[in-house]
Design a binder for this molecule. Structure first.
Ligand code: PMP
Length: 366
């Protein structure tokens, strides 16, 4: 039997584990920040019809530049953030925002280059950084999981990274960044600044999107996804908005025809039903705020959240609490700082199950 270590694999990949949250068949899955509401029957039928229409020409390659899809995404962003003034030429799409991040690092990172991020944050940023041969630099968030602008500027000036990752709202903490912090970092950064806004549609009133900064900052990239608020995680569609020159750079590294005709058809249909798909966002926000309040009422520490998940703790043995909940059919995520756990916001019934399971698991862990 050949094992991985027998293969002439790259030295820097030796000993690594594949990334991924456990995919378990449980009654209540609140571990990957999905939108818990499936598409309606009419939308399922519309997607079916779009796939059927695409199927008739699957002997041909798809639109390599996904022009119609990018125009639809730009239109959506202009309604999400009035004044963004985007066009398809300033939007790029790929198979999930993870692929978007990979393309950014292929174009702007690589051997001899560095990327810097503020931890705790989304763990795929350092992983994709490493896989593209880029060196990762850890900078840190403050006690409340925010980023203190002066400290961030100092870190950027000290390391002069080629790419800076800012996640807002941040995963796994839920923390959004004020625009002045982003602008201070943009002013100090010698390279590209990526604001990962995977959860932007869940932000609280008064929390602005970095899309409003694009006009003034050609080295800014704002990434988004249809996997979260848009309730289309299975479609695998991520995208970004940036200066057209940034998109020219990404065209150099993207694989030709990377977005299948089926993906493009499904994503365009979803955009046509954006009202329905995003219709659950307000309810999920309210459920999130109620969850934060309930957890605080239980005497726990809870991070403020602008996303569709909540980070809470602290548990000297978080694995025990996590396992106790799983034993009751509720799967949450062991992620972030050592004594904390993260729950994605589900339906009211799922959150009832979450509360019951957590109370019991905490009692049993004592
Ligand atoms: N960015 C952040 C901050 C995320 O949490 C995730 C998913 N967990 C992604 C990007 C990637 O999402 P996708 O590839 O599904 O678009």
């Amino acid at each position: 039997m050949t094992s991985l270590s027998d293969l002439p694999i790259r030295d820097d990949l030796r000993g690594r584990e594949p990334y991924g949250a456990p995919q378990l068949d449980v009654p209540v899955a609140l571990n990957t920040n999905e939108n818990p509401y499936p598409p309606s029957e009419p939308l399922v039928r519309a997607i079916g019809a779009a796939v059927m229409a695409a199927a008739g020409s699957l002997n041909r390659y798809p639109d390599r530049d996904a022009v119609a899809l990018r125009e639809g995404l730009a239109e959506f962003l202009n309604t999400d953030t009035p004044g963004a003034g985007l066009t398809g030429r300033r939007v790029w799409a790929a198979n999930g925002s993870n692929e978007i991040i990979q393309q950014i690092l292929q174009a702007f990172g690589g051997a001899g280059r560095t990327a810097l991020g503020f931890e705790p944050s989304y763990s795929m940023h350092p992983i994709i950084t490493g896989v593209t041969g880029t060196r990762w630099i850890n900078a840190f968030r403050d006690e409340d999981f925010g980023i203190e602008p002066e400290a961030a500027v100092r870190a950027v000036e000290e390391h002069r990274p080629d790419v800076v990752f800012l996640t807002s709202p941040n995963n796994p903490t839920g923390t959004a960044l004020p625009l002045d912090a982003i602008e201070a970092i943009l002013a100090a950064a010698p390279g590209m600044v990526v604001v990962d806004e995977a959860y932007a549609e869940f932000r609280r009133a008064g929390t602005p999107s970095a899309l409003t900064l694009l006009d003034r900052h050609p080295r800014l990239i704002v990434t988004r996804t249809m996997s979260k608020a848009f309730a289309m995680a299975g479609t695998r569609l991520g995208y970004l908005a940036a200066d057209p020159a940034v998109i020219d750079a990404l065209l150099l590294v993207r694989l030709p025809y990377h977005l299948s005709a089926v993906t493009q058809a499904v994503a365009r249909t979803a955009l046509g039903h954006a009202g329905e798909l995003l219709g659950s966002v307000d309810a999920l926000r309210r459920e999130r705020d109620a969850t934060v309040e309930w957890l605080r009422g239980e005497g726990l520490r809870v991070a403020d959240s602008d996303a569709n998940f909540v980070l809470f703790g602290t548990f000297p043995d978080r694995r025990r609490v996590w396992q106790g909940m799983l034993d009751r059919g509720v799967l949450i995520r062991e992620v972030g700082p050592p004594e904390w756990l993260r729950v994605s916001v589900g339906t009211p019934r799922e959150m009832d199950a979450f509360r019951d399971a957590l109370k019991t698991a905490i009692k049993e862990s004592k």
